[in-house]
Design a protein around this ligand. Structure first.
Ligand SMILES: [Zn+2]
Length: 132
């Protein structure tokens, strides 16, 4: 599987907005610390955007491991105060990432529901390991 097939154009005005594996994306350059992030280019609308756009990590100032730690604590049922103490960030920071992750999880849920069951065996169901 082409690793860019997991991504889709983030420009809401693009004809290929939200379509994964449409073949419209290329990685045009790397940026950020140690150039770990890719800048994606959409051949359909000519937009460029971070591979993190549309995820809780987009424009994150915290190290990725810290964000993952916050989200893990929240997933395990930790509250804002407890997560804040354990990870060593403010409650406001924990709350902000909780909202970002919740919004992202909601969009992922809506996308998966839209593909099921009419498109059983489609690309999203295969990606999450569901059998059609
Ligand atoms: Zn586009």
């Amino acid at each position: 599987m082409d690793e860019l097939s997991r991504f889709c154009c983030q420009n809401t005005r693009c004809a290929d907005y939200g379509k994964r594996g449409a073949g419209n994306l290329t990685a045009c350059m790397r940026f950020g610390k140690e150039k770990r992030l890719r800048l994606l280019y959409c051949r359909t609308c000519h937009a460029r955007f971070s591979e993190r756009k549309g995820t809780p990590l987009f424009e994150a100032r915290l190290p990725e491991a810290t964000v993952h730690s916050i989200l893990e604590h929240l997933t395990e049922g930790g509250g804002l105060r407890k997560t804040s103490r354990r990870v060593g960030v403010s409650r406001g920071t924990v709350a902000r990432y909780a909202v970002l992750a919740g919004t992202h999880a909601h969009s992922v849920h809506e996308e998966l529901v839209a593909f099921s069951p009419a498109n059983a065996g489609g690309p999203i169901r295969r990606e999450v390991g569901l059998r059609g």
